[in-house]
Design a protein around this ligand. Structure first.
Ligand code: NDP
Length: 260
């Protein structure tokens, strides 16, 4: 997996962005896997809420450039990094002068009957969905300013599976529950909140609303539809807001009632 090899590359204008003005300090955010899909929507929403935002990506540099340009068009500073999560935390803090928000969004979905899954599938999935989330949170735990936010993007499959083929993916996303609760206990004294957001079916490249497995997912929701990337980003925007300062160690579901 290219983004996990420790190599880094960067595009963006983090060091050349405009000077900070006014009394409120601009917050700095990192969204892993922010070049497409849910992560890109979260990155743009955080920028519109006033944060400087760095995103990581694995392969699609052009998509990452596009997100950087969109963030910059809001007047905020942006950075795209092809880097592992822990390195990205450090580089984001260096570029923006600190870190306030980590959204661990990068993830892969390998869905198949258990007998069809290989050891390589297991290693790849745990590397991206668990190991990277842990190492990113570990780095953020020492880097985040007081009042910071850690949000991990899990899946509604962590709580309700509803069909075959989800053993590996559900197992990997369930691991975020333990991380979220335990880390909330460790960081609460600094006013840092730690939460997990569990999306249901969301229309992205990973899970297209017109894909071969879309219909049962749509039918399985209470609302009878896929969700949008922006609907996940809205929940993240709430969690990073001051209004959510007392929400920590929580798992919040945005799934159209898929798990109801
Ligand atoms: P997409 O596949 O559409 O996008 C994945 C993003 O993650 C891309 O930006 C990709 O970068 C990046 N990425 C993948 N692997 C890595 C890596 N190792 N390091 C850094 N970046 C990486 O996924 P979604 O937007 O659909 O999913 C986002 C998150 O939401 C995932 O954690 C997923 O499990 C979760 N989720 C999604 C649901 C859905 O229905 N879509 C439902 C429930 C949870 P690049 O473009 O370079 O490949």
């Amino acid at each position: 997996m290219s983004s996990l090899d420790g190599s880094t590359a960067a595009v963006g204008t983090a060091r050349t962005g405009r000077a900070q003005t006014g009394t409120a300090r601009t917050r700095a955010a990192l969204v892993t896997g922010g070049s497409r899909g849910i992560g890109a929507a979260i990155a743009l929403r955080l920028a519109r809420e006033g944060a400087d935002v760095a995103v990581t990506y694995a392969r699609d540099e052009a998509a990452a450039h596009k997100v950087v340009a969109e963030i910059e068009s809001t007047g905020r500073r942006a950075l795209a990094l092809r880097a592992d999560a822990a390195t990205a935390v450090t580089r984001t803090a260096d570029a923006f002068g600190g870190l306030d928000i980590l959204v661990s969004n990068a993830g892969i979905g390998v869905l198949a009957p258990i007998g069809d899954l290989s050891a390589d599938d297991l290693d790849r999935t745990l590397a991206v969905n668990v190991r990277e989330v842990f190492l990113g949170a570990q780095s953020a735990a020492v880097t985040l300013r007081p009042g910071g936010r850690i949000i991990s993007i899990g899946s509604s499959l962590a709580g309700y599976v509803g069909g075959p083929g989800g053993t590996l993916y559900a197992m990997s996303k369930s691991a975020l529950t333990g991380l979220t609760k335990a880390l909330a206990r460790e960081l609460g004294g600094r006013g840092i909140t730690v939460n997990a957001v569990h999306p249901g079916p969301i229309d992205t490249d990973m899970n297209p609303a017109d894909g071969p497995y879309a219909e049962p997912q749509r039918a399985g929701t209470a609302l009878g539809r896929f969700g949008s990337r922006d609907e996940v980003a809205s929940l993240v925007a709430y969690l990073v807001s001051e209004e959510a300062a007392y929400v920590t160690g929580a798992e919040l579901v945005v799934d159209g009632g898929h798990a109801a």
